[in-house]
Design a protein around this ligand. Structure first.
Ligand SMILES: [Ca+2]
Ligand SMILES: [Ca+2]
Ligand SMILES: [Ca+2]
Length: 851
């Protein structure tokens, strides 16, 4: 087989008949099987370096190379400086793209010109002024290769044989910190243990011609430079999310064209991407619509039919159905067709065959959706309980984190989108211990901070689930007294109540101890923010004492000079206080009869924060009151006083709240229907018949909005194009459809509720794996950006953000590389939102026609 590939390769490269790279209308270089993008995606400087930018190669459908740019490090990390693109010129005539790059911190400008040369591109680096002295020997042109697509494959440097290592184990040196280029906002990604030196990887190979993946035609690339030395590094030496890096150092004291690389990605002759048959890996219930969406290469011929095969109980297969393929048409890079097999209703095990492509098997049965939330509620959520020891059978997920508590943050900037203002807005001095905050709460996501806004959402999501469905499931042992959680051990209390309690415990502590809500309880130093491993080992458990030397421990063993304690960021935000007030009102209701003391404390804080929050907002007297009102109509994460009024009415029964809500809701629906319809639906159980009637035309309008997505894309739901893929939007859409169908089944038909389930469980672009880790699916995704991502693993029940869009026309979801948060991270707010979606969906699916 390998010989055949080699023959084919040499044949085509000798004859030269295959097409050359050409700049296409979307301004990237293209030939069949190869796309070379030149800053279609720029470095955004927010979270710095998402491995998504610069010169990129999409090689036979997979984005395997990126990061082509002038960089200041051998193997840049997430918080190393990134260049700002100050201009981008596309020259169709000369088949070239030129970008100008700038580092403001060093007043350093450069230009990179990429030109098509047959089947290769030439990358030329220009300097109008010499490299600044501080960056001589540091600044270079880098390009990065995705480890999971190259490890264990061969490479040659100047003919020397090598193999890409599966795990990082090359060599490093340490250098004085004074030689390290500045990192993002002056933060440091590393703890130098008092040595004042940083670690710098040494190259694995150097030379002038590199050929990678000689043993894999779909990954093979030849890179050469006559006038610069190529150095190959393993970026994983200093960061698990690092890539293999190839770089050439910019020469000192030189201007003009300083060097040139020639990059030739190999193309498999007449390569056509294998069809991606999207279907629900969890399966289908007999009566639901069943439509597979098949994603096809634009050069692929559309077949007339596809077939459904049944695997019988004796293991033999038989054709159950053959049906017409219908064409939906082009959407971004690919062409889409559909295969409708709704008529197949017999329970059984099936697979789809389209041409030579067969899917894995799936089940048609009335029970397929019964377990869709179990992994999330039994495993993912309890593992994310902060300030607890979490055990599962033989395994400890984490010890009890942050035993030393939280310090008042000093006025400071932060690396995870927070800041502490000039004052603390509390009675505490900077660095003073704020007592009582190390209780309850949930880890935010792939990191370990408590995002207050997210934790408010979590409690609200869990309460909504509790109040509507009263799930009695008890698979988790929770002891607040022992600070101990044991998975799969019932303790007589419904888990969801214990989760509501756990979230409320931290939020009430914030309100009581700080006087208002913290924006976040988060890491104080970047070198422990990117922690991967046991949460309990992020800090040393000892109180930070500034009078001790770094790494010194006090004689009583209780304090240390290591500045690793977490901080509370306490700048007061009255809007956040109002959101907390809303949540506390609901929490007091949910916890009544289970934890009356906490319920009382929550209600007390709700009333106080409501009053104080409103007064503070009035004082702020925003100049543009219309802008403020519009802000309130936005809904979603900050629905403002409208949802607060509804929640307070539900909590207290006081008329004034519902009168205010009634004034607000209709205007909100007239202004931005899709964003506010959920709040309107949430109110239905508490309102009279007239309200439900008045809402009808809006539901009719929303039903049109739902159906319109069938024209917008082949999957029939909102697809996000941001740098965080759109699962939250998709889940919101699904929840709203579920509720709309629940209350208005004559307007929104039951068939609509399956749109989001199909997408989540495998009917989406790029691949057909379920986005929910380990849920009853035949083929769930295998890797996620959880806090165990360094193990290329997942935490069961996690929901991935999903399909990340890369400009101008590429969707992707890596399933062999967990580290891109925009496509693989799960968040506590998102995953509890999934619990609402899943609970409401199951409830509707299992209900026999009730209207
Ligand atoms: Ca976070
Ligand atoms: Ca329990
Ligand atoms: Ca400490």
């Amino acid at each position: 087989m390998k010989q055949l590939f080699l023959c084919l390769f040499f044949l085509t490269s000798l004859t030269g008949t295959a097409q050359d790279l050409q700049l296409n209308d979307l301004e990237y270089f293209e030939r069949q099987g190869v796309n070379v993008l030149v800053f279609s995606n720029s470095f955004n400087g927010g979270f710095n370096d998402e491995k998504n930018s610069g010169i990129e190669i999409i090689h036979h459908g997979v984005r395997t190379v990126q990061g082509g740019a002038i960089r200041l490090n051998n193997t840049p990390e997430q918080w190393d400086l990134v260049p700002k693109m100050t201009s981008r010129k596309v020259d169709k005539q000369n088949q070239s793209v030129e970008v100008a790059l700038r580092y403001d911190d060093y007043d350093f400008d450069s230009r990179v010109v990429v030109t098509a040369k047959g089947k290769a591109v030439e990358i030329a680096v220009y300097l109008d002024k010499p490299v600044p002295t501080a960056l001589v020997g540091e600044a270079g042109f880098n390009i990065e290769f995705l480890p999971s697509q190259y490890w264990q494959k061969t490479y040659l440097m100047d003919g020397r044989l090598n193999r890409f290592p599966r795990y990082a184990a090359s060599q490093t040196v340490t250098r004085p910190n004074s030689e390290k280029p500045r990192q993002f906002k002056g933060f440091k990604t590393y703890d130098d243990r008092g040595t004042d030196r940083f670690v710098d990887p040494l190259p694995m190979e150097t030379g002038h011609e590199l050929v990678v993946a000689t043993d894999a035609p779909e990954r093979m690339i030849r890179i050469s430079s006559e006038d610069a030395e190529l150095k190959l590094y393993d970026g994983r030496m200093i960061a698990q999310n690092g890539w293999y890096v190839l770089r050439s150092i910019l020469p000192a004291n030189k201007t003009g064209k300083v060097f040139t690389w020639v990059v030739e990605p190999h193309a498999i002759p007449n390569w056509i991407r294998e069809p991606n048959i999207g279907f629900s890996q969890v399966g289908y219930i007999p009566e639901q619509p069943k439509v597979a969406v098949i994603e096809l290469d634009k050069n692929d011929k559309v077949r007339q039919t596809a077939s459904l095969w049944r695997i019988n109980n004796d293991g033999k297969t038989e054709k159950a159905y053959e049906g017409e393929i219908t064409t939906w048409g082009p959407y971004y890079k690919y062409n889409y067709v559909k295969f409708d097999f709704s008529s197949v209703k017999q329970p059984g095990i099936y697979y789809i065959q389209y041409g030579d492509t067969k899917t894995n098997d799936f089940i048609i049965d009335k029970s397929v959706y019964d377990k869709i939330t179990d992994a999330t509620t039994d495993v993912w959520i309890p593992i994310h309980m902060n300030h607890m020891y979490v055990n599962e059978a033989y395994r400890v997920w984490h010890g009890e984190p942050f035993k030393e508590g939280y310090l008042q943050a000093p006025p400071s900037d932060h690396f995870d989108l927070h800041a502490q203002g000039q004052t603390t807005d509390t009675k505490y001095q900077p660095y003073e211990l704020i007592p009582g905050l190390n209780i309850g709460g949930f880890f935010d996501a792939g990191d370990f901070d408590i995002e207050t806004g997210s934790n408010i959402n979590v409690v609200q999501n869990l309460i909504r689930t509790w109040e509507l469905f009263k799930p009695q499931r008890d698979e988790t042992f929770v002891s607040q007294q022992q600070r101990y959680v044991d998975l799969h051990r019932p303790d007589g209390t419904p888990d969801i109540l214990q989760f509501i309690e756990h979230g409320t415990l931290n939020l009430v502590a914030q309100a009581e101890q700080i006087g208002h809500m913290a924006s976040t309880l988060s890491n104080s130093v970047l070198d422990n923010y990117h922690h991967l491993g046991d949460a309990a080992s992020i800090t040393d458990g000892l109180h930070y004492d500034r009078s001790l030397k770094p790494y010194e421990v006090s004689s009583d063993g209780k304090r240390s000079g290591t500045p690793d304690d977490m901080w509370a960021f306490t700048t007061r935000n009255p809007r956040l206080d109002l959101r907390a007030a809303t949540m506390f009102a609901a929490a007091s209701r949910a916890l009544e009869g289970y934890n009356d003391d906490l319920a009382q404390r929550a209600l007390k804080q709700s009333k106080r924060l409501m009053e104080e929050g409103n007064q503070l907002l009035k004082k702020q007297k925003r100049v543009d009151t219309q802008a403020e009102e519009d802000f309130n109509w936005l809904g979603g994460f900050d629905a403002g006083s409208m949802t607060t009024n509804l929640q307070l009415y539900i909590a207290t029964g006081e008329k004034k709240y519902i009168e205010d809500f009634n004034k607000q809701i209709w205007k909100a629906l007239d202004t931005r229907l899709p964003f506010n319809i959920q709040t309107a639906l949430d109110a239905v159980p508490y309102m009279d018949d007239a309200y439900k009637q008045k809402l009808r035309p809006y539901i009719e309008q929303y039903n049109k909005y739902i159906k319109d997505f069938d024209q917008q894309n082949p999957y029939g739901l909102p697809i996000g194009l941001g740098n965080w893929a759109g699962v939250n939007m998709v889940l919101n859409f699904g929840i709203t459809i579920n509720y709309a169908h629940l209350y208005y089944p004559d307007i929104v038909s039951k068939d609509e509720i399956y749109r989001v389930a199909n997408w989540l469980y495998g009917c989406h672009p790029y691949h057909n794996y379920s986005f929910v880790a380990a849920v009853g699916a035949a083929r769930p995704k295998a890797v996620f950006y959880g806090n165990n991502r360094a193990d290329f693993s997942f935490i069961p029940g996690n929901v991935a953000p999903g399909l990340l869009f890369r400009h101008p026309d590429h969707f992707e979801n890596f399933d062999d590389w967990p580290f891109l948060w925009g496509q693989n991270e799960g968040t506590i707010a998102g995953n509890t939102q999934y619990v609402i979606f899943g609970s409401s969906f199951k409830n509707l699916v299992t209900k026999t026609k009730s209207h």
